[in-house]
Design a protein around this ligand. Structure first.
Ligand code: NDP
Length: 495
């Protein structure tokens, strides 16, 4: 029942005869929450939703409709990747006859303003989409106070309380920073996407998506970038051979790599931030970015009040339908720490709505999820890495690789190979994994993902007519086996 808001008209009558204000109340209006609420409303559910006030930089009390992906993740990041890519495009253009007589300058503040305007626009679009779907949005922090009861604390401190037949938690995650002296001098990706001043010297800690992407963005815009990571190669979990290609490309573009290295201290000096590594090396930076992973946003939800179970990482434990151990409470997206990607949160949100309000019990299908790392050039993969295929395969594997100079580079003179790889089950001929590092890799891999999802064989790849001249055609013209890997071979390394 609604309190303090006087919204008695919201009251809804469930089929069991219990009165609820809403059929569904969603906490968190990011990718998963928005998708779940809109689709549930389309199925006829009466939906309420809360989200923290909007600002590009998040905190425990700041968020915004659109969530991480739209406000401080995928979208602004991709805008900056485009911005950074023009630098090398302009360089490449010279050999194509473009006379760039005047000095080319980059105006960070201009791009930042354009980016922020676009994010503000998207935030507005998301709000309108919710309103058009009939979802009632409340601005404030949501807490669970009972299996069917949520409390929303508004910015002015007023508390609203609503009952709902189902509660969906879709609060995402937040960047984590390492516990080292001077950690307060570093920033996370939130701030990195909204820096007032362009960092001429950057140190990035981490070897994951965010670290590699920001290294490319800042280097592409003219920074001196030092990328510090613990392993031999960046991007742990991806195919080792492709990780080596990414590392080579980052270095080739001028990024200083510090493998097998961590940071022990940050010290503020007159010249910037002094960064000390565990090898005793000293680096100086205007900005130190901690890209050291994200943690689920579960701390302030009051989950202990109803006993929603968490895993060791603080993520909400759910079953295959995204239901928690409390039957009326569900969770989707990064807060469940399954596959922390926007398209997966959308998938989980869709399946939730179908299951709960569409009378079609639906489990998200996590097979053959394609991934993209928007380094410059990007890496994109689908299916199994060679190492994972070796672990999982029953028989031998055939590995096909192609490393070539893209046509564009023959004139521009850029020394950067595009690399592609297919991992094939020798017995069934099924393509188990595909990878590409090179321009447009994510655009190409989306199509390859469809082929793998439907169990394409190498013979079917080979029988497909190529698009010429393109890099993509290489995926259907890799004829010679690069190596045959025996089933018993163990993964080569733990790089
Ligand atoms: P990742 O999990 O990708 O990488 C974290 C990195 O930080 C790893 O290299 C890890 O090293 C390192 N690390 C963790 N703790 C420490 C520490 N204390 N000291 C030094 N290094 C440390 O996280 P990101 O922050 O890059 O991204 C978060 C998530 O956001 C991703 O997992 C992904 O799900 C999502 N994302 C997706 C993108 C995309 O799809 N393009 C883009 C950006 C983010 P080690 O490998 O040694 O453990």
């Amino acid at each position: 029942m609604a309190r303090n808001g006087g919204e008695t008209e919201l009251k809804n009558h469930s089929e069991e005869g219990t009165d609820f204000d809403f059929d569904l109340f969603v906490i968190g209006a990011g990718s998963g929450g928005v998708r779940a609420s809109r689709f549930s409303a389309t199925y006829g559910a009466k939906v309420g939703m809360c989200e923290l006030p909007y600002h590009p930089i998040s905190s425990e009390t700041i968020g915004g409709v659109g969530g991480t992906c739209v406000i401080r993740g995928c979208v602004p990041k991709k805008i900056l990747v485009y911005g950074a890519s023009f630098g090398s495009d302009i360089e490449d253009a010279r050999n194509y006859g473009w006379e760039l007589n005047e000095k080319v300058d980059f105006n960070w503040k201009k791009l930042l303003e354009k980016k922020t305007n676009e994010i503000n626009r998207l935030n507005g679009i998301y709000k309108r989409m919710l309103a058009n779907a009939g979802v009632k949005l409340f601005e404030g922090e949501g807490k669970i106070v009972g299996p069917n009861e949520v409390e929303v604390t508004q910015v002015d401190g007023t508390k609203l309380s609503y009952s709902a037949k189902h509660i969906l938690i879709a609060t995402g995650g937040r960047a984590q920073v390492p516990n080292i002296p001077g950690q307060e001098l570093g920033i996370t990706s939130d701030e990195a996407l909204s820096l007032e001043e362009f960092p001429k010297r950057a140190v990035i800690l981490g070897g994951g998506y965010i670290a590699v992407e920001f290294a490319s963005i800042w280097q592409g815009m003219g920074s001196t970038v030092n990328l510090v990571f613990r392993k031999e190669l960046p991007l742990r979990g991806f195919d080792d051979e492709m990780r080596a290609v990414v590392a080579r490309n980052l270095e080739g573009r001028g990024i200083n790599l510090h493998p097998r290295t961590s940071l022990t201290q940050l010290i503020k000096t007159e010249d910037g931030i002094k960064v000390i590594t565990d090898h005793g090396e000293e680096l100086v930076a205007d900005v130190v970015l901690f890209a050291t992973g994200r943690a689920p946003n579960t701390k302030r939800l009051n989950l202990e009040a109803v006993g929603v179970e968490l895993d060791n990482a603080g993520a909400i434990k759910v079953d295959e339908y995204s239901r928690t151990n409390i039957p009326s409470i569900w969770a989707v997206g990064d807060v469940t720490n399954r596959f922390n990607l926007t398209p997966v949160a959308l998938l989980e949100g869709t399946c939730f709505a179908k299951t709960v309000f569409g009378s079609q019990p639906s489990k998200p299908d996590y097979s053959n999820i394609p991934y993209a790392v928007f380094s410059i050039p990007p890496l994109s993969v689908v299916g199994l890495s060679e190492e994972k295929a070796i672990e999982q395969a029953n028989g031998d594997l055939l590995v096909f690789t192609s490393s070539f100079n893209p046509l564009r580079n023959t004139i521009s003179g850029r020394q950067e190979k595009t690399v592609m790889k297919l991992v094939v089950d020798a017995e069934t001929d099924r393509v188990l994994g595909a990878s590409m590092c090179g321009p447009d890799a994510p655009e190409i891999m989306q199509g390859i993902a469809i082929a793998l999802k439907f169990g394409a064989t190498k013979a079917q790849f080979d029988s497909t007519v190529g698009i010429h001249p393109s890099a993509a055609e290489e995926f259907v013209t890799m004829r010679s086996v690069t190596r045959r890997v025996a089933a018993a071979t163990k993964p080569r390394t733990n790089l």
